[in-house]
Ligand binder design. Structure first.
Ligand code: PEP
Length: 249
């Protein structure tokens, strides 16, 4: 069976209650391909998770944008994986480049988070990606495979992981990877999984692309054989997110 297309919307640290209601309203009114064709998951800021969950159509899922690395406790300002489970939030984004680079989350820290979240039954969108400097120095694959290796060392079951390839130079910059650039890295990541984790995992894990995806460029990216969907930032706040969901077909 083919891999189900996946479209995630990362709302980042944006919005007010009114904005959130507006976004949910255009999502709820949209005519999109059925769930067996495309899985849609939106990721509002923590404070709006409950509101979004209560208003959002039932065929779309909800993700948190982060969670704490271990069991909750005396970690001021953090949100634990247990809390997400308690609130019935099925997904969490981990290892986003904004957290890796701005908040100094290491490969090891991210992989500990992935393993802990999975152990509690959460599904994880795990992000990897190189900076412009790393791409220009020819180390793209070394970087993304090291980030993936860190996860692979702590995880034995990949059923609940979606791997998001998000080149840092393309995030929020309007500079999208060409379809060929995205396909090349996705192909190499799948090859890495095949050689280091196993054929079945490589064949079934969804590898999605993120970095300035919008309504105009999504189609040519979506047809690449190893691009199984998108993680969308800026455009996920706008009605063009629906066009991105529709690029699944
Ligand atoms: C992201 O932050 O995951 C992202 C891909 O952002 P944008 O689509 O705005 O580049």
């Amino acid at each position: 069976m083919g891999r189900q297309f996946f479209v995630g919307g990362n709302w980042k640290c944006n919005g007010t209650t009114d904005d959130v209601k507006k976004i949910v309203s255009f999502l709820n009114g949209a005519d999109v391909p059925s769930e067996d064709v495309v899985e849609v998951v939106v990721s509002p800021p923590f404070v709006f998770l409950g509101l979004v969950k209560s208003l959002l159509r039932s065929d779309f899922g909800v993700a948190a944008q982060n969670c704490w690395v271990r069991k909750g406790g005396a970690f001021t300002g953090e949100i634990s994986a247990e809390m997400l489970v308690n609130l019935n939030i099925p997904w969490v984004i981990l290892g986003h480049s904004e957290r890796r680079l701005i908040l100094n989350e290491s490969d090891e820290f991210v992989s500990d988070k992935v393993a802990y979240a999975l152990s509690l039954g959460l599904k994880v969108i795990a992000c990897v990606g190189e900076t412009l400097e790393q791409r220009e120095s020819g180390s793209t694959m070394a970087i993304v495979s090291a980030q993936t290796k860190a996860i692979a060392e702590k995880v034995s079951n990949w059923d609940n992981i979606v791997l998001a390839y998000e080149p840092v130079w393309a995030i929020g910059t309007g500079k999208v990877a060409t379809p060929a650039q995205a396909q090349e890295v996705h192909f190499e990541l799948r090859k890495w999984l095949k050689e280091n984790v196993g054929h079945e995992v490589a064949a079934s894990v969804r590898i999605i692309y993120g970095g300035s995806v919008n309504g105009a460029n999504c189609k040519e990216l979506a047809v690449q054989p190893d691009v199984d969907g998108f993680l969308v930032g800026g455009a996920s706040l706008k009605p063009e997110f629906i066009d991105i969901i529709k690029s699944a077909t």
